[in-house]
Design a protein around this ligand. Structure first.
Ligand code: NAP
Length: 413
């Protein structure tokens, strides 16, 4: 988005707005603007939390995935020249601790910079239990913002204790616009109530587009075998390494399905992810024998590179041994390696999840693919196909014609 390093060097006083921003709303924006003026700051940096040490992880169970919270925050702040949105915490692997964030920021700033950390008074009340409070107070001051009607006794006690113990300063500010709250917005969406005028239109549109905060509708999909039975059966036919990868694909496919699809897609994505490599570890001879038995046609490239058979064979194995009869799932397994033109939502989800799942060892393009997957599936498809084709060419392998067709299709989309 911007080079944080270059810009921060020139500032004398900055405020860091730390929060989950799930979603960001006018209360946060009005707070930032008020604080900026009252403390005469050069910039406010919005810092959406990464993997918070106190909350559920970002599988989407409790907190909306990092990239989506980042995107909403960036959309809300982009029009104000005094606001920036930082990826520091979003991009950090592992847990989020404010002391690490401020330390990292401080290194990017000039030597005389004054940093304020701004957040809700609820969070500040817990500050003594945060990681390394002593160091934290040596790095920055705090601004505790409260909603009208907030009972301040505990906050004052906490501030008094901190002032006595550390060098740090905590300022306090009441912001009427904080009558708006993220939890209320989430509840309103779930209940079908309007959220207009509580947050910027661009954020409202984003919530609508990605179906965030809606009440989950129960899925209608039925499977002959229970998912846990499928999983047990699969485990015995895969190597440990492949099983770990598979479970990573299930997790990623579920996350993507929650963003782009409904509850049916979420159910299907988990089963397609689970079975996508079900025939991959079969010995070459068995692969060839089963292809004959199941009438799977092998083109010259598949005969030469027998591993390319596994998605096509996998779809048959899923049907015959795991008793999956859903054509959409079977196609998602069948095309998860080559891709094809005009893929269904489920096919794209499994293809992309296979590429970006969390257990993949880092390689060039992985982080960009992960980023694109949370912005637009077709852009991610194009990016991954291009990289896969480069990979195939570098290794002097032959490309399956379906992949070439797929790339052509997603380039022109
Ligand atoms: P949160 O769930 O987003 O916020 C808790 C409460 O404060 C909510 O009522 C929220 O209102 C309000 N709030 C949050 N950010 C705000 C802001 N910048 N301005 C005004 N009100 C705000 O967040 P959290 O988990 O408590 O964390 C807040 C910040 O403290 C984060 O930056 C987090 O990383 C940091 N923190 C650090 C540690 C640590 O280092 N060990 C521990 C805890 C928290 P809305 O729901 O309406 O946003």
């Amino acid at each position: 988005m911007y080079s944080e390093k270059e810009q921060l060097k020139n500032y004398k006083s900055i405020g860091i707005m730390g929060g989950t921003f799930d979603p960001i709303h006018y209360g946060h924006l009005a707070t930032a603007e008020a604080v900026l003026h009252r403390f005469n700051m050069d910039k406010i940096i919005f810092m959406p939390t990464g993997h918070s040490y106190m909350k559920e992880d970002d599988v989407g169970e409790k907190v909306t995935p990092n990239e989506q919270r980042f995107m909403m925050t960036a959309l809300a702040t982009i029009r104000n020249k005094n606001f920036l949105t930082s990826r520091i915490e979003i991009d950090r692997k592992g847990k989020t601790y404010t002391v690490d964030t401020i330390e990292e920021l401080k290194k990017m700033c000039g030597p005389d910079v004054h940093i304020y950390f701004i957040t809700g008074a609820d969070a500040i009340e817990q500050i003594m239990s945060w990681k390394n409070p002593e160091k934290l107070f040596s790095l920055c001051d705090f601004i505790a913002v409260t909603r009208p009607g907030y009972k301040k006794n505990k906050l004052y006690e906490e501030i008094g204790e901190i002032m006595g113990k550390y060098k740090g300063r905590i300022y306090y500010m009441q912001v009427p616009a904080l009558e708006i709250s993220s939890s209320d917005i989430r509840k309103r969406v779930a209940d079908g109530q309007p959220i207009k005028y509580l947050l910027p239109e661009s954020v409202e549109e984003y919530i609508e587009k990605f179906g965030l905060y809606k009440k989950p509708v129960k899925s209608e999909v039925k499977f002959m075998l229970d998912k846990s039975v499928m999983q047990e059966k699969l485990q015995s036919s895969l190597s440990i390494k492949r099983y770990i990868h598979t479970m990573g694909v299930v997790k990623e496919a579920k996350k993507l399905a929650k963003i782009y699809g409904d509850s049916t897609v979420v159910e299907k994505a988990q089963v397609a992810g689970l079975l996508h490599d079900c025939a991959k570890d079969y010995p070459a001879d068995l692969k060839k024998r089963l292809c004959k038995e199941y009438h799977i046609e092998l083109n010259d490239i598949m005969k030469e590179q027998i591993d390319l058979v596994h998605p096509f064979l996998g779809a048959e194995v899923a049907k015959r041994e795991y008793l999956v009869d859903d054509e959409d799932i079977l196609d998602a397994i069948k095309y998860h390696t080559t891709g094809r033109k005009n893929m269904s939502l489920l096919e794209k989800i499994v293809f992309i999840a296979d590429y970006i799942e969390e257990n993949r060892k880092p390689f060039e393009g992985l982080e960009e693919a992960r980023r694109l997957a949370y912005i637009d599936l077709d852009l991610a498809m194009k990016f991954i196909l291009e990289h896969t084709i480069d990979y195939v060419e570098e290794r002097k392998l032959k490309l399956h014609p379906l992949s070439a067709e797929a790339l052509e299709y997603y380039k022109n989309k």
